[in-house]
Ligand binder design. Structure first.
Ligand code: SF4
Length: 374
């Protein structure tokens, strides 16, 4: 087995206003202990699954760039010794522009990281402030420069869309600025308003207003237009890349490949089993795998539809017929006809159109319901 490996680094400088990820401000003093625990878990999983090599490595969070260079070295050396990456493996480090220390990215590059993912989010100070981010756009530009000097060529930037008060001019300005930094890959995520966050409170109280359905649709289409006009191909609902710069690690998630998540709250899909780890305190006590379930054949088909249709290339109907029978293929073909304009079929691949991607959940529900009784 050659899985993709994700490692969750749960420490943050400050909680962002929209964030409900498992991340902790003020606990960085536990990073050494945490790294030891992650390496222990990696040893256990290596034995359990007989892992020899890994397909990709992704250090995400939280804020991995809060680690010291020594901590990053100990973690990465330990992991790559246990799990040697394949020679052409994509090895990604997530970084927050407000946290980079001199020399950190040089260390990362020397450890084998060959891709950097930066959380830029927006160009406008007022939007960054509303999101509770600790950086400004100039910090992001500075981070990209540091990354380039350190030898990173494959740089990805995260941008947020569908924010309260965000206009089409704002998203255009942000994406234009990020493209001019030389990002090879851009993730453009719509805001998901999570209950219990400060941003949720401000929206609930009426102080801020989310874009309505039509405004959200326009912001989304505007982002796609700007990026595609500049040669960034959309390959997933929220992800765009210059040719050949798609995230190989993330594609594993959407195509049903094996991935191992290490660290607190990390999720895995290994040998047809999904499981996740507990939050930090439990994890540090040595507990792992709080929830586990085996995905049966029906579940796999539903996941193929749910995740595979996130990708612009869609899913192969020939593969569906081979795995689940010709009748399943025919039902999906028939449903695709009914959903014309939202779903298309081309060369035996079923995919969602631009409009269909905007309504992804609803379209997937229709497709999954159609095969429910087979
Ligand atoms: S940096 Fe990321 S993980 Fe940390 S609080 Fe902000 S959004 Fe959450």
């Amino acid at each position: 087995m050659t899985p993709a490996v994700y490692v969750h680094i749960p420490f943050c400088a400050k909680k962002c206003a929209y964030c409900d990820f498992v991340s902790y401000p003020g606990r960085l003093n536990e990073a050494d202990k945490y790294i030891s625990r992650v390496l222990d878990e990696a040893r256990e999983r290596k034995q359990e699954y007989g892992i020899q090599n890994i397909y990709s490595l992704y250090l995400g969070g939280g804020t991995p760039s809060l680690l010291t260079a020594d901590q990053l070295s100990r973690l990465t050396d330990g992991l790559t010794r246990l799990f040697p990456p394949l020679p052409d493996a994509e090895i990604t480090l997530e970084a927050n522009p407000g946290t980079l220390k001199p020399g950190f990215l040089k260390t990362a590059r020397s450890l084998g990281f060959n891709r950097l993912s930066l959380g830029v989010q927006a160009k406008q100070g007022r939007l960054l402030e509303m999101l509770g981010r600790i950086h400004c756009f100039d910090d992001a530009a500075e981070a990209v420069e540091q990354a380039r000097e350190a030898g990173f060529d494959n740089i990805s930037c995260d941008v947020m869309n569908e924010l309260p008060g965000q206009t089409e001019e704002d998203i255009t300005e942000t994406l234009t600025a990020v493209m001019s930094l030389g990002a090879k890959h851009i993730s453009c995520y719509g805001l998901i308003l999570e209950e219990g966050t400060p941003l949720f409170q401000r929206v609930s109280s009426g102080e801020l207003r989310l874009p309505d359905e039509e405004q959200a649709r326009r912001l989304n289409l505007c982002a796609a237009d700007v990026l595609e006009k500049h040669g960034y191909q959309r390959y997933e609902i929220s992800n765009y890349a210059l040719p050949g710069r798609e995230s190989r690690h993330n594609i594993v998630y959407w195509t049903g490949g094996d991935y191992l998540g290490l660290g607190c709250a990390a999720h895995s899909f290994m040998d047809s089993e999904r499981f996740s780890n507990p939050v930090l305190d439990e994890y540090l006590k040595g507990n792992t795998r709080t929830e586990a379930y085996r995905v049966d054949e029906k579940g796999k088909l539903e996941e193929t539809i749910l995740l595979g249709t996130r990708m612009v290339r869609g899913i192969s109907l020939s593969d569906i017929a081979a795995c689940y029978g010709i009748q399943t293929e025919q039902v999906l073909q028939h449903k695709a006809q009914e959903l014309k304009g939202l779903v298309s079929i081309d060369e035996k691949r079923l995919s969602l159109t631009r409009e269909g991607l905007l309504l992804h959940s609803a379209v997937v529900t229709e497709l999954v319901n159609a095969i429910e009784d087979l």
